[in-house]
Design a protein around this ligand. Sequence first.
Ligand SMILES: Nc1ncnc2c1ncn2[C@@H]1O[C@H](COP(=O)(O)OP(=O)(O)O)[C@@H](O)[C@H]1O
Ligand SMILES: [Mg+2]
Length: 308
Amino acid sequence: MALIVETKDLIRDFKKTRAVNGLILSIESGELFGLVGPDGAGKTTTLRLLAGLLDISEGDATVLGFDLKDKAESIKPHVGYMAQQFSLYGELSVMENLQFFAELFDVASKDMAERTERLLTFAGLTEFKERRAINLSGGMQKKLALACTLIHQPEILLLDEPTTGVDPISRREFWNILTQLHLQGTTIIVSTPYMDEADRCSRVGLMYAGKLVECDTPKKIREKLDGEIIEIQPEDWQKALKAVAGLGGVREAQTYGESIHLLVDSGKRRLPEIERVLKKEKLAYRSIRIAPARMEEAFISLIRKLES
Ligand SMILES: Nc1ncnc2c1ncn2[C@@H]1O[C@H](COP(=O)(O)OP(=O)(O)O)[C@@H](O)[C@H]1O
Ligand SMILES: [Mg+2]
């Protein structure tokens, strides 16, 4: 596998802020790489650096073999960058937006018709091609922005929170498109605040204070959770929560719908203790078990550890 992105001790400063602070990142051809991390962690700056849109301050970085120190311009035709904020021309129609981006990226006019048709189909926008971008739903705008990003057939996609603020159905549709692109071999780097999306990536990098502090498959990241999860489905979750949240070994208590997730030091040790308390307090439950950790739980516990 070829390395597509490689950074070593990459630094980017804005006047008083070190937005990227010694980033070490390697991404191989064909990966669907998820970048997660709290606000201000440096995700956007990283993506903009890799897109060749910002100069690096210090360190080394190559994208497709081009050195970001002096060849950032050469990278641009090879990447598709989608900014988090609205990047379309609202007054132009869907079709006109695609044509605009095609011209911007010097797509040959003989390829234009076939390519726009294909992308419209791909994004499910064919029947809306005459509609002005401003009049599309949020989810459709995101799909159009993605289609515009794909018009010059980039080898790498850099997507900055492409689904933030979009409804769950549109988010799923958007990710189905990303999965198809991934299967076709496009390298994708996508930042996201949604843990279910992180779970759909082939690898996830956790950014914190300008650094990559964890980087692994979603499964391995979930396994890094310090402790275990006990899931209880009680008849009365409010009473049950009160009874178990303060017990020994319970580090955190969360509710998901009507079930309770407890982060405990040891599942084997605490499960019988918790059962005993529930029985003693006459709190009925449908089930209790040691459950696999969710991405969100692993993520929050990793961040807590960094902050302590
Ligand atoms: N153009 C800029 N000028 C000054 N500071 C900036 C600029 N862009 C980002 N920053 C700062 O750099 C840090 C990282 O920001 P950013 O890369 O946007 O993080 P994220 O995308 O993870 O929220 C933040 O402290 C932010 O305020
Ligand atoms: Mg950002």
